[in-house]
Design a protein. Structure first.
Length: 317
């Protein structure tokens, strides 16, 4: 295998041509820029940290937007589509895209935001479903679950382990007078009860209930469970409509898929350019690029640079 001969190149050009020259070299893709010149009193390097950070964020967001569209609004492709590669873009198309990149960036941000909103809405549906399941055993209770009683009475709302009949519960607390007991729900594992007694009997009542294994229910509501259940169903319907609207908006935004893919490449190229800019030694009026390229490309590169820019080009073996 033949060894490719490399040559060191130094380019000195006017600072006003910096952007165009870097983009020209970037499109050619034959020079590996090294920039071995250190800073001194004349030459310094740009601080590009803010620009690089913004471009990295834009690139990540574009990647996320494409992933989101591929997952939620996929495009049907044939098995051969993967062999086609990316479309070749002209310099004119690249330059024209710069004018609408801000608009595409906003579309990208909106797509990422929609996914977050969808995740929040789905989490809300799970929360409502869980709350609805917790309310189900209490749906026949006519008072709110946080009901504590009246001026003269105290209420106990909770569960007793095991399956109990009304007579069995009354028998257990028979020594307590003026007490009302309602079984709200019963299964083999536990019995949900609503117990109301006079405040004068509260200490004896709670003592007896604790002997039976009574525990207060943890779900607190300001409305009766049946009302809460109706509210939850209404909220669930609204959240599902929100999800439908978000998916519809995402489908509309998917028409910009090709622009977003272009934006990803555009951000990647600009990111690379700014990373190189941060390495370039430059004075008030000129800048210097050093690097390596194949020896066979030296003549065409030098000719191309000198035809387009006011520059000095030097090669070293």
């Amino acid at each position: 295998m033949a060894v490719l001969q490399m040559q060191r190149i130094t380019i000195c050009a006017l600072k006003r041509d910096r952007k165009q020259l870097l983009e020209y070299l970037q499109r050619l893709g034959v020079i590996e820029i090294t920039n071995e010149i250190s800073e001194d009193e004349v030459f310094h390097k740009m601080d590009v940290n803010v620009a690089v950070s913004l471009l990295e964020k834009g690139k990540r967001n574009a990647e996320e937007a494409i992933r989101i569209l591929n997952e939620l609004v996929p495009v049907k492709k044939s098995m051969l589509d993967g062999l086609n590669g990316r479309n070749v873009v002209s310099k004119k198309e690249y330059d024209e895209f710069a004018e609408k990149s801000e608009k595409v960036s906003r579309i990208v941000s909106r797509i990422v935001q929609i996914e977050k909103q969808l995740a929040e809405s789905k989490a809300e549906l799970i929360r409502m479903s869980t709350q609805s399941e917790m309310l189900l055993p209490w749906v026949n209770l006519d008072v709110p679950l946080n009901f504590k009683g009246t001026k003269k009475t105290i209420a106990y709302i909770g569960s007793i382990p095991g399956e109990w009949s009304l007579d069995a519960i009354y028998a257990e607390i028979s020594e307590i007078e003026k007490v009302t007991i309602d079984i709200i729900y019963s299964s083999k594992t536990n019995t949900n009860v609503f117990i109301l007694c006079e405040k004068t009997e509260s200490e004896r009542a709670i003592e007896k209930l604790r002997e039976m294994g009574f525990t207060y229910q943890t779900l607190q509501t300001t409305k009766a469970p049946k009302e809460m259940e109706a509210d939850l169903k209404l909220e669930e319907k609204e959240v599902k409509l929100d999800i439908e609207a978000l998916l519809e908006e995402l489908t509309e935004l998917s028409s910009h898929r090709s622009e977003i893919e272009f934006f990803q490449d555009y951000a990647t190229m600009r990111l690379h350019k700014y990373e190189v800019l941060g390495q370039l030694p430059q004075s008030k009026s000129i800048f210097v690029i050093t690097g390596y390229l194949p020896k066979e490309d030296c003549e065409s590169i030098e000719t191309g640079i000198l035809e387009k820019f006011e520059a000095f080009v030097e090669f070293e073996s």
